[in-house]
Ligand binder design. Structure first.
Ligand code: CTP
Length: 381
């Protein structure tokens, strides 16, 4: 029985990066031997065990064969006669298919080290095709290692294109796709993730609304700005939707099964942007009737539920600054001023004046509108 460090830990150590998780592969052992050594088995699909002390993952060397579409049709073969090389062969990228023995020797049958040096993300073998999630993983590694100069190799891009053309990406379950998107949004160059997906055609399947050039470049620019500000997952996700229309974009965010905070911020972004782009805050705002800038701004603040969700509104402002910041500065200023003006109303004061129930709600709204109108007028003078 031999134990090897595998995958990301070996790759990151060779790149001189911090190693976070360590995964191990065990060759020449049976599940019974592992249990006798005090390991606990996790999951029922694969022979994976947790070390009794370190709780790191130890997987028995295995081969995998795909038998159907998507993720469900795997048959796993694990036995003491499966070799290290066979286990490495079923892995996604050559840079992830190296192993280090307990004695410190590197096993690198697929030239992962050479690809690390050449900055190439290359599939190990045609077994890559057996898990379409690997397309997203490859895009994510491209996003992570972009600052180091890594690129997807031409052959791997070709293979990914053929997998997309065969309809494999459509079989992925949304939960797995979301997990990859969520991680990718926080990689070093998140835009690269979407660029790789677009290049291989997967974006047309996953978020087709983003594929046209105008939408794509606006989304990627916005995402890069949010990334530079260290924005939250929801802010990063919402920035992708900056040019999309609300009904279509909302349906897409839902289909991706993004968490609620991400869906909501994306929806607000799609509502706010076109409305703000049409807002003319510098017109004297004597009317406060329907269609006046004050009314429009109040309606937006109500949609955002500013008073009950101030932190979400802050996130929204962040997204808007990264999308409208250069073209619609005046409108953004008006929105910020309106939010400030409409925030300091004390309902108790109005209650003391005798308002209650629906009348109290109406009075608060009138007061907010008056204050927004005043704030806009004073920004004119
Ligand atoms: N792996 C694979 N195909 C997948 C998932 C994982 O081949 N769909 C293999 C790769 O060899 C990978 C290893 O399993 O290196 C561990 O997977 P994981 O922990 O998800 O990735 P890491 O490479 O460790 O990367 P990260 O730094 O993101 O954890």
């Amino acid at each position: 029985m031999q134990t090897y460090l595998v995958g990301g830990a070996v790759r990151d150590e060779l790149l001189g990066l911090n190693v976070k998780d360590r995964d191990w592969v065990v060759v020449g052992a049976t599940p019974e031997q592992m249990l006798a050594l005090g390991f606990t088995q996790v999951g029922s699909d694969f022979p994976v065990f947790l070390h009794p002390k370190t709780h790191e993952e130890y997987a028995l060397a295995r081969t995998e064969r795909k038998q159907g579409h998507g993720y469900h049709g795997f048959s796993v073969y694990s036995a003491p006669d499966v070799t290290l090389e066979e286990d490495l062969l079923r892995r996604d990228l050559t840079i992830n298919a190296m192993a280090r023995s307990e004695q410190g020797d590197l096993s690198d049958p697929f030239d992962g080290r050479k690809d690390l040096e050449a900055r190439e993300l290359r599939h190990v073998s045609l077994a890559f095709k057996e898990d379409p999630l690997r397309i997203l993983r490859t895009a994510r590694f491209a996003a992570r290692f972009q600052p180091l100069g890594f690129r997807v190799s031409a052959e791997t891009m070709e293979l990914m294109r053929s997998m997309v053309a065969e309809g494999e990406v459509g079989h992925l379950v949304p939960e797995r796709v979301w997990q990859e998107i969520q991680r990718a949004l926080h990689e070093n160059a998140p835009g690269t993730f979407f660029q790789v997906l677009r290049d291989c055609g997967a974006l047309d399947v996953l978020i087709p609304e983003l594929s046209p050039e105008a939408h794509f470049s606006a989304a990627i620019n916005a995402l890069q700005r949010i990334h530079a500000r260290n924005g939250s997952t929801a802010e990063r996700f919402a920035s992708l939707f900056c040019t999309l229309d609300e009904p279509g974009g909302t349906a897409r965010a839902k289909a991706l099964k993004a968490p609620n905070d991400c869906q909501q911020l994306a929806r607000l972004t799609m509502i706010f942007i076109p409305t703000l782009q049409q807002l003319k805050p510098l017109q004297p705002d004597t009317r406060v009737g329907a269609g006046s800038p004050s009314n429009t701004l109040l309606a937006l603040l109500e949609k955002a539920d500013l008073w009950r969700r101030p932190e979400r509104f802050e996130g929204l402002i962040n997204v808007l600054e990264c999308t409208l910041g250069t073209t619609n500065r005046l409108q953004l200023e008006a929105l910020n001023n309106a939010a400030k003006a409409a925030s300091g109303i004390d309902p108790k004061m109005l209650m003391d004046q005798g308002f209650s129930g629906k009348e109290l709600g109406d009075a608060i709204r009138r007061e907010r509108l008056a204050r927004i109108s005043q704030a806009l007028c004073s920004s004119l003078s």
